[in-house]
Design a protein around this ligand. Structure first.
Ligand code: SF4
Length: 322
């Protein structure tokens, strides 16, 4: 069976998805990146290999996500695409009429405006945590509860408390203040979810022509209280697609299927044995601008294969074309 592998490596999670020749999902893997993208790409390859039915042939591989160039070097990607394109392609595959795609991940968030199947506008936030999943993670940790418990308890709120959540520091002190005033924990938690949604809409959503149908993707779409807060804030229906947490990987697999069908060349996929290769990582300080970023380097047998970790992608692009 012909199959296509999409790999989405983000700062919080690493996702792999395999599609068959009819673009049906064959299997997928969802892992926490834990600051170890190389290990998780290799772990993902091992897991996918175990789950793949006998007789499957990987006929194309594409990578996306913040570590897409690094992942592309490791697996031998036929295609490397940004997350906006990968998510939009996946959303349009499942819901061709979609007009707004919202994605809230662990450490970044995006909005993509689509008209007649074409991306017309987008915005991305990678700087402010207050409109991302880490905003809730931080508060859940402080309250000694899991993010699942926070989501469930916030869902039963009947009198939400407004939390001043422009940033995580203010949100925390305001939550303590509201607890001292005697508000129910459930109402404070839902107030937090509303604050995240307000931050998201006033940050990445600012000035965007948000129109239904709206598709909500990314790991935070597991959180029913955030979906409720989005519905209430926008007064619009929010569609959460199946496999919403791996849409970037699915989009990458769809794109490489199309690429291989039109390109006519064979895949550069290096094979599942890449999961056992011992890479060396090191780092250096980039002095090309005042940011002086610490840039990580991946090497094999003394040869630099990829770079990542800078605030811009100058090094990632250099490594990808070497
Ligand atoms: S990686 Fe980019 S942002 Fe960072 S110091 Fe180098 S040029 Fe500047």
């Amino acid at each position: 069976m012909e199959t296509y592998l999409g790999i989405d490596v983000g700062s919080v999670t690493t996702k792999l998805a395999v599609l068959d020749e009819h673009d049906e999902l064959v299997n997928h893997v969802y892992l926490l990146t834990q600051g170890r993208p190389i290990d998780m790409i290799q772990e993902g390859l091992r897991e996918i290999r175990k789950q793949l039915p006998a007789g499957c042939d990987i006929c194309g591989v594409a990578t996306t996500g913040s570590a897409r160039y690094l992942a592309g070097v490791i697996v031998g990607a036929d295609l490397v695409k940004n997350e906006i394109t990968a998510h939009a392609v996946a959303a349009l595959h499942y819901f061709p009429d979609v007009r707004t795609i919202m994605e809230i991940g662990g450490q970044d968030s995006k909005i993509t405006i689509v008209r007649d199947g074409i991306v017309t506008d987008f915005a991305m936030n990678t700087v402010c945590a207050a409109g991302t999943g880490s905003f809730l993670d931080h508060q859940a940790l402080r309250l000694d509860m899991s993010i699942e418990e926070l989501s469930q308890r916030a869902l039963v709120s009947s009198a939400p408390v407004r939390i001043a959540g422009r940033c995580t520091v203010f949100a925390e002190s305001d939550m303590v203040h509201k607890q001292q005033m005697g508000h129910r924990v459930e109402d404070i938690l839902y107030g937090l979810c509303q604050a995240l949604v307000r931050n998201y809409l006033s940050n990445v959503g600012l000035g965007k022509d948000i129109q239904p149908p709206i598709m909500f993707q990314g790991g935070v779409a597991f959180n029913q209280s955030i979906i409720r807060a989005l519905r209430e804030e926008l007064s619009m229906e929010i569609i959460v697609p199946p496999h919403h947490e791996i849409m970037g990987a699915i989009g990458a697999a769809l794109l490489v299927h199309e690429e291989m069908a039109t390109g006519g060349s064979s895949s550069q996929f290096k094979g599942f044995d890449q999961s056992e290769v011992k890479y060396r990582t090191s780092s250096f300080e980039c002095k090309a601008c005042p940011n002086n970023c610490e840039v990580a380097r991946l090497s094999l047998n003394g040869k630099a294969l990829a770079h990542w970790g800078g605030r811009c992608d100058i090094w990632e692009r250099v490594a990808a074309t070497e």
